[in-house]
Design a protein around this ligand. Structure first.
Ligand SMILES: Nc1nc2c(ncn2[C@@H]2O[C@H](COP(=O)(O)OP(=O)(O)OP(=O)(O)O)[C@@H](O)[C@H]2O)c(=O)[nH]1
Ligand SMILES: [Zn+2]
Length: 306
């Protein structure tokens, strides 16, 4: 419904280039174009839009609770907003990257939302045990790890997943081959149809294919998933390198205990983080892998941005 200024509210459910698909509270969807060069709306944005013919223009983007960036080799770009949760789906096979996992956890921590890790393919017993062991430090840090076998235990997995997802907007992130499509099709059986509809709407408008997409899981529209095909890594460039350690749950307990108040924890004498590295049995251990990832990210965030 339009207000007196002629503006209607809506939710951005897909994006394609600078154009967005906006869903009205009554469920109607239409393509909206940005007004001028103002900020780009992303999936999850609540917007004020104005109809023009059978399309519309986005006039305003409502204040965001949070904003997430994705990154590839070339650039960083905002792509999702107003999330409640990030679900990192990894699997026994292919072997997951701790670097990617850590980036996801840091991106979520920076926005004060709780990430959930799901480890798929528990039917592949040996690789699963290996992967589970690799995740032990993360469980120790307090992250929940949900074991799944989307192939063998669909019904129980469905129930367990829903216990975590119900009532929330969750971004699903997973490296290729972990089972992300399987998971989305399990939770949103009509996902392919929804995507088909979106492509149709876009093709008729001569737009390119959609990237990030919002799916309603339930008819009452209380639970939703966001899928972003090809999405592998969060962009972290909006973070200061000096903020990194406080966003890593294993490093955080050591902060404030280094000799230098502005310690970067990379080479300084009397560094509590470096000293924790040497003591695997400490109350808050730091693994060599996590420390290396910290150093890599510190360097990455210290590089100038173009
Ligand atoms: N063994 C086993 N295989 C599974 C399980 N879940 C999914 N797979 C298989 O893993 C492969 C990848 O699953 P997809 O759902 O296509 O994975 P994806 O993450 O969407 O991968 P991309 O399409 O490459 O992005 C498929 O061959 C699935 O059948 C599981 O629980 N156990
Ligand atoms: Zn230090």
């Amino acid at each position: 419904m339009a207000d007196r200024s002629g503006l209607s509210t809506g939710l951005v459910v897909a994006t394609f280039g600078r154009h967005v698909l906006v869903e009205s509270p009554d469920g109607q969807r239409r393509i909206c174009h940005p007004r001028g060069k103002k900020g780009q709306a992303v999936v999850g944005d609540r917007v004020q839009w104005r109809p023009s013919h059978d399309e519309g223009t986005v006039e305003r983007i409502d204040a965001r609770r949070n904003l997430f960036y994705r990154q590839d080799e070339i650039r960083t770009k905002s792509f999702a907003a107003n999330l409640d949760q990030v679900l990192v789906l990894i699997a026994a096979e292919p072997e997951f990257s701790e670097h990617q996992l850590t980036r996801a956890l840091i991106a979520a921590e920076a926005e004060k939302i709780t990430p959930l890790i799901a480890l798929n393919k528990s039917d592949l017993v040996e690789p699963f045990e290996r992967a589970w062991r690799r995740l032990q430090p993360y469980q120790h840090m307090g992250y929940g790890v949900l074991p799944l076998s989307l192939r063998l235990s669909r019904d129980t997995d469905h129930e367990h997943l829903m216990q975590h997802l119900r009532g929330k907007t969750t971004l699903v992130l997973g490296p290729s081959g972990a089972g992300k499509s399987t998971l989305i099709n399990l939770l949103v059986p009509q996902a392919q149809a929804q995507t088909g509809e979106i492509s149709k709407a876009l093709n008729s408008g001569k737009h390119t294919t959609t990237s990030t997409t919002w799916y309603w899981v339930d008819e009452a529209k209380t639970t939703s998933l966001i899928d972003s095909p090809g999405f592998q890594e969060f962009g972290l460039h909006h973070l200061e390198p000096t903020a990194l350690a406080s966003l890593m749950r294993d490093l955080r307990p050591h902060l404030g205990q280094c000799k230098f108040y502005n310690c970067t924890h990379r080479h300084e004498p009397g560094c509590a983080v470096i000293s924790a590295l040497a003591h695997a049995e400490a109350e808050h251990p730091i693994t060599a892998n996590r420390y290396r990832i910290y150093c890599d990210l510190f360097d990455e965030l210290s590089e100038p941005q173009w």
